[in-house]
Design a protein around this ligand. Structure first.
Ligand code: NAP
Length: 251
């Protein structure tokens, strides 16, 4: 269909599932990653997208915690696919898992840079490639991955929760600013989803916490990719939060 989607942190976990879903929906996909070890993973996603869905792909290494690298990412997407970007998925994220005394300033600033400021940088850079061609019939979408941590507090995640709550305010403001101009902005706030992010925490504590989820289990990346698909297909939805979380947080 000749439409372009950029996803930050598209190489693993939730981002991988979203990258594949974007291809399934017919978008040409710009898959961003940061870690050198994720190049092969990103290339494999790109190959799968081309073979299974016949879409075009571009894999771009960029640390989205840095504004200049966000610009390189957007410039590369425009050079490859032209000056019309239909979807931006701000998904890259990291955690510190530290109490707020022992944590270093560098560590919490890094979480804010990657989990919040990158969302502002990417949106700021991509909007000019949306406003000139978006309309009621040809909508553009900005989808942000927040977290239930942005809806409630989480112990040892103060910096992460600050960023994830900030995303929600940012998305609502962008939704209002661009309402009526064919640009929608929505948030997905996942509950616990099994990815490397969760594999990195104390598994005993994780499973004890998982038992408190009303649905009784940890979610799958497909739950989040499915929420993204719903948002893309819901023309009247903007400024909202969708939280697939098994009933963990009730909104
Ligand atoms: P993950 O498996 O650890 O994947 C993180 C992704 O973010 C990777 O693609 C990683 O790229 C990318 N990334 C990290 N820092 C980056 C940077 N500076 N520049 C560019 N890319 C960067 O985590 P996940 O669980 O899929 O998390 C995806 C999003 O969902 C995050 O925003 C996270 O906060 C949110 N979330 C996750 C859960 C959960 O339970 N899993 C719950 C709520 C919200 P590399 O592969 O190159 O490192």
């Amino acid at each position: 269909m000749g439409k372009t989607a950029i996803i930050t942190g598209g190489s693993r976990g939730i981002g991988e599932a979203m990258s594949l879903k974007l291809g399934e929906l017919g978008y040409n996909v710009v898959v961003n990653y940061r870690s050198p070890s994720s190049k092969a993973l990103s290339d494999a996603i790109a190959s799968k997208l081309q073979e299974q869905y016949g879409v075009k792909t571009l894999v771009v290494k960029a640390d989205v915690g840095k504004a200049d690298e966000c610009k390189n990412l957007v410039d590369a997407a425009v050079a490859e696919f032209g000056d019309k970007i239909d979807v931006l998925v701000n998904n890259a994220g990291i955690t510190n898992n530290s109490n707020f005394i022992d944590i270093t300033q560098e560590a919490y600033e890094n979480v804010i840079n990657v989990n919040l400021l990158s969302f502002l940088h990417m949106t700021h850079l991509v909007l000019p490639y949306m406003v000139n061609h978006s309309s009621k019939e040809e909508q553009c979408n900005i989808i942000h991955t927040s977290s239930v941590g942005g809806l409630t507090g989480v112990i040892n995640q103060a910096d992460y929760c600050a960023a994830k709550a900030g995303i929600i305010g940012f998305s609502r403001a962008i939704a209002l600013e661009f309402a009526g101009r064919g640009i929608r902005s929505n948030v997905i706030a996942p509950g616990m989803i099994m990815t490397d992010m969760l594999r990195g925490v104390n598994q005993e504590e994780l499973h004890a916490l998982a038992e408190t989820i009303p649905e009784g289990y940890i979610g799958d990346v497909s739950d989040i990719a499915g929420a993204m698909e719903y948002i893309l297909k819901a023309p009247y939805l903007t400024g909202q939060i969708i939280s697939p979380n098994g009933g963990f947080v009730l909104m």
